[in-house]
Design a protein around this ligand. Structure first.
Ligand SMILES: CC(C)(COP(=O)(O)OP(=O)(O)OC[C@H]1O[C@@H](n2cnc3c(N)ncnc32)[C@H](O)[C@@H]1OP(=O)(O)O)[C@@H](O)C(=O)NCCC(=O)NCCS
Length: 181
């Protein structure tokens, strides 16, 4: 798959599956968004060591086109500005479900970069013909992520209270948004 869209400012924007040759740039983008991201359950130092430790695994995923863990990347002028990782259940009882994670580097947020990545990921799993449901887990304070999934038709299905501690007495809930195909 290789689809071209136009961002809000008219910039051509390509979304395609990441390949082995994208590994180094993808790692840099994973680190960059982790550094700027206040909305996930992982803090930056934890995310950094996780990302660096998983480099070899990521290389294998991209090399072998793993069918259960797929990275789509969004590019402007050959620069990766965002990604969507798609996890597909491996077990008999979960292989009808896909989970998405998505992030856009800070300066390209609110440009529709996230929306087009998400739309491409929906199309990708729809074409597999085996996926019935897509799930996203989102922190209740993450307005952009909530708005972006709502704009692609995801609906709130469940929530877990106080799953993320933001400060001494400050918590966020973890919300599950879903789209049935
Ligand atoms: C979540 C994220 C991927 C969304 O991507 P984005 O490129 O910033 O969002 P888009 O420009 O595609 O916006 C999609 C829609 O949501 C709306 N939206 C996005 N952020 C918004 C905000 N903060 N307030 C109001 N509306 C917002 C947009 O206006 C747009 O609506 P439209 O389709 O009616 O025009 C991006 O903000 C991001 O990377 N955030 C940090 C990492 C993160 O939190 N990832 C998700 C973890 S669950």
């Amino acid at each position: 798959m290789n689809t071209t869209f136009q961002l809000k400012d008219g910039s051509p924007y390509t979304v395609r599956r990441a390949k082995e040759g994208d590994l180094e740039k993808l790692i840099q983008v994973l680190l960059e968004v982790a550094r700027d991201d206040e909305f996930t359950s992982v803090t930056y130092p934890e995310a950094e060591s996780q990302i660096l430790a998983s480099e070899e695994r990521l290389k294998n995923l991209l090399q072998n086109e793993d069918e259960h863990f797929i990275y789509l990347i969004g590019l402007v002028d050959d620069e990766i500005i965002g990604f969507c990782d798609i996890h597909i259940g491996k077990k008999t009882r979960t292989k009808h479900v896909a989970e998405f994670g998505r992030s856009v580097v800070k300066k390209w947020r609110r440009t529709w970069a996230g929306k087009f990545l998400q739309l491409s990921a929906i199309e990708f799993v729809r074409n597999l013909k085996t996926i019935e449901k897509i799930s996203l887990n989102i922190s209740s304070n993450n307005t952009s992520s909530l708005k972006s999934c709502q704009s692609n038709g995801f609906k709130l299905e469940a929530g877990r209270k106080k799953e993320i501690r933001l400060g001494a007495q400050n918590y966020a809930d973890l919300l599950t948004y879903v789209l049935y195909l």
